[in-house]
Design a protein around this ligand. Structure first.
Ligand SMILES: *Cc1c(COP(=O)(O)O)cnc(C)c1O
Length: 254
């Protein structure tokens, strides 16, 4: 996949047209959902999840006006971000780590990620703080690393996340690294089969309680291709959309 770096060839670029149409359609879904929920336009931001798709697709999407991306696998993600940055020098875009993350990969993730949305253990927080200190020192980043605490609401450990009662300790771990990490909010992955609505409603309640204690932690990252509307109705500020824009991922990737 990494052979498809960089800017697409001029002339007919069917992939660009395909991505452009899908991006437009999802933007329209987001706008309609905001309006239906009585929310301000732009209060739910669209993050395009580009995992398993080549760097050339990121370049196309940036050209189409997308500015926020989600990636879930390291080192694939770091290589892709580096390829796009060298292909498009000076062009601003942000990439968040949204997939479960092993501590040993914190070091490289801190070099490219704006935020990590899959924070679910104090050990991972400490590893990310050390990695951020090193990245700042080396000039590989200039800002603190943003942290979204991933909630687990269904007791399914395979998708990661912390239970609600663990969130205060996790938040303290983050705020203990002032200057290196920022506590930006919460993230949730609703179940794939049924009950997404109930989970999103539950996530919204937890987020409201969380913000009462941490007013700067305004982000609620919730909603994927299938549940954009429901997530925005329940207060999502960041919908993470892959399939509906990129098309189906390779089967082996699921
Ligand atoms: C892959 C992924 C998404 C995107 O899912 P789609 O159903 O393809 O939109 C969103 N969030 C996370 C954490 C993911 O891993």
């Amino acid at each position: 996949m990494d052979t498809d770096h960089g800017a697409p060839a001029r002339g007919e670029d069917l992939r660009r047209a395909e991505l452009g149409a899908a991006l437009e359609a999802v933007r329209a879904r987001v706008a309609r959902a905001e309006a239906t929920a009585g929310r301000a336009p732009g209060s739910a931001r669209l993050m395009v999840v580009t995992k398993f798709f080549p760097a050339g697709d990121l370049a196309r999407l940036i050209d189409l006006g997308a500015t926020e991306f989600g990636e879930s696998r390291e080192p694939e993600a770091g290589r892709k971000v580096a390829a796009v940055r060298s292909e498009l020098p000076g062009v601003a875009f942000d990439v968040d780590m949204i997939g479960s993350l092993q501590r040993k990969k914190a070091k490289t993730v801190a070099r490219w990620a704006r935020r990590v949305q899959s924070v679910d253990s104090p050990d991972l927080v400490d590893a990310l703080a050390r990695a951020t200190a090193a990245a700042l020192e080396a000039g590989a980043r200039v800002q603190p690393l943003g942290m979204l605490l991933q909630m687990s609401l269904d007791g399914d450990p395979t998708r990661g996340g912390a239970v609600e009662s663990d969130l205060p300790a996790l938040a303290d771990a983050v705020t203990g690294h002032d200057g290196l990490l920022t506590l930006d909010g919460l993230m949730v992955i609703a179940p794939l089969h049924g009950e997404a609505e109930a989970h999103l409603a539950h996530a919204a309640q937890i987020a409201e309680r969380f913000r009462a204690r941490h007013p700067a932690a305004t982000e609620l990252s919730a909603g994927m291709s299938a549940d954009v509307e429901s997530a925005i109705a329940h207060g999502s500020t960041c919908v993470r959309v892959g399939t509906a824009i990129m098309g189906p991922r390779p089967l082996a990737s699921q």
